[in-house]
Each structure stands twice: as C-alpha cells, then as structure tokens.
Write a protein that binds this ligand. Structure first.
Ligand SMILES: C[S@@+](CC[C@H](N)C(=O)[O-])C[C@H]1O[C@@H](n2cnc3c(N)ncnc32)[C@H](O)[C@@H]1O
Length: 228
C-alpha cells in the first residue's frame, strides 16, 4: 500500500488518502482518543458561520467537518483532491468538488471564509496554498485553520513526540485500511511548524489579524485570520 514522503508529492498524497479513505473517520477518532470531535466543534465556533454565507472547506476529506459547518445554514462546499475520501463521505449531503488546494477551481473573492482541518500539513506549498485561499476569499473574509501542532508544556511535548507519535502507527494497524500511511502521519506531525511559525506563514500569504488558540494543551491549534 502506498504512503507519501515528507516532500508531499501531490500524487503520492492523493493516493495515500485514497488508501485510507475506507474507515477513515473511525480510525481518526481512535487515533485522537475521540478528541477530534471536540476539535471540530471548536473549529466550527471559530469559523462562526452565518446563514447565507459561502464557506470553502478545503482538504475536506469525507466532509465530516463540512456538515458540521453547514448546520449553521451557511452554504458549505467540501473540496479535496482524493476522490476516495470524497466518495467515502458520499452520504453526507453537502456539495463536493475535486480540487487541488494549490490551483483552486473557484473565482476570485467567491467565498466569505475558507477553512482547513488537518489538511494544511499535507500540502506541498504551505504559503502557496494559503495565498490561493486568500485569492478566493472576499476582502474582510475569514481564514480558519485547525491543525495538529506542538504542545506548549515541555513534559507533554516530550511525551507526545517521543512516545505517542512513535506508537501511533501500531495503534492504527488493527483499524486502518492502510496502516503504512500512519507512519507518514507521525513523521509529518514531527516535521510541522509550531504555532508562532504557522502564524507567520499565514501573514506572509497576505492575511492579517492572525491569532491562534491551543486545543488540548497544544496537541492541536486553531489559527484565525482576516483577508485585508
Ligand atoms: C487528514 S485528512 C483531513 C480530512 C478532513 N478535513 C478531516 O478533518 O477529517 C487530509 C486531507 O487533505 C487532502 N489533501 C491533501 N493535499 C491536498 C491538496 N493539495 N489539495 C486538496 N486536498 C488535499 C487529502 O486528500 C485528505 O483528504
């Protein structure tokens, strides 16, 4: 079964997610000890969607977050370049679009907000993708990123990095449809930016008013920003 490398080759990333799509939601909940539900709830609150708004949920996978955002009455579209992941969420009644985060098939300023949950880390160009999201969001519109991050308390950080991330592929083995992919997951978390650095990259991509909050001691974090 295929897995991606840290060069984040888009073809390999898409194939890898096609390979984990079956049972992805369940595996995700097992791996995060159920915290994913709470993190999605916080992301929905940070996004603060209102009826009639147009929201882009990028790297939406099985659209598990998209339906949560759509419950506000906003029009939410799930975009992802893994057809396997989109198909796995076929029962979720939101519009779905096959799209690459670095070349979005949407007009300039066509959304009120763009959001990514646990997807940004997999893009080959972080700033390029954040700039592409800025292109499709209207001036004054919002960006919300929920991503795995760096625990702020040193003992928790060490435990997370040296123990939890090491055993993660073994935990995935009995439940995942492509356990190899979870070795990539652990590597990509270790290799990812801390909260401050990600905030700087968001600014570099043209967003303003960047702020973030830690979830579960910084195991995950939500970044928010506004399009000038
Ligand atoms: C860990 S999953 C997260 C899915 C979903 N957002 C969630 O919260 O469960 C990451 C998703 O990012 C998608 N992805 C990675 N790189 C992408 C890209 N360049 N363009 C579009 N989707 C991408 C993958 O196909 C995968 O569905």
């Amino acid at each position: 079964m295929s897995r991606a490398g840290l060069d984040k080759n888009p073809r390999e990333v898409a194939e890898m997610f096609d390979g984990v799509a079956k049972g992805y939601d369940r595996t995700n909940s097992v791996m995060t000890l159920g915290f994913d539900r709470r993190w999605r709830e916080w992301t929905r609150r940070a996004l603060d969607t209102r009826p009639g708004e147009r929201i882009l949920d990028l790297a939406a996978g099985t659209a598990v977050s998209t339906v949560e955002f759509a419950s506000s009455g906003a029009w939410c579209v799930a975009a992802d370049f893994s057809l396997g992941m989109l198909r796995s969420g076929a029962r979720r009644e939101v519009p779905k679009v096959a799209a690459d985060a670095l070349h979005l098939p949407f007009a300039d300023e066509s959304f009120d907000a763009a959001t990514v949950s646990f997807g940004l880390r997999n893009f080959q160009g972080t700033v390029a993708a954040l700039s592409e999201m800025a292109r499709v969001v209207r001036p004054g519109g919002r960006l919300v990123i929920c991503e795995l991050s760096k625990p702020s308390w040193k003992p928790l950080r060490e435990l997370y990095r040296n123990v939890a991330l090491r055993i993660l592929p073994a935990i995935a083995r009995p439940v995942a449809s492509n356990p190899e992919a979870y070795a990539y997951l652990a590597e990509s978390i270790r290799d990812w930016h801390d909260q401050r650095t990600l905030g700087e990259l968001i600014e570099q991509a043209g967003w303003t008013d960047v702020a973030w909050m830690n979830l579960t001691g910084g195991v995950a974090a939500i970044h928010r920003a506004t399009k000038p």
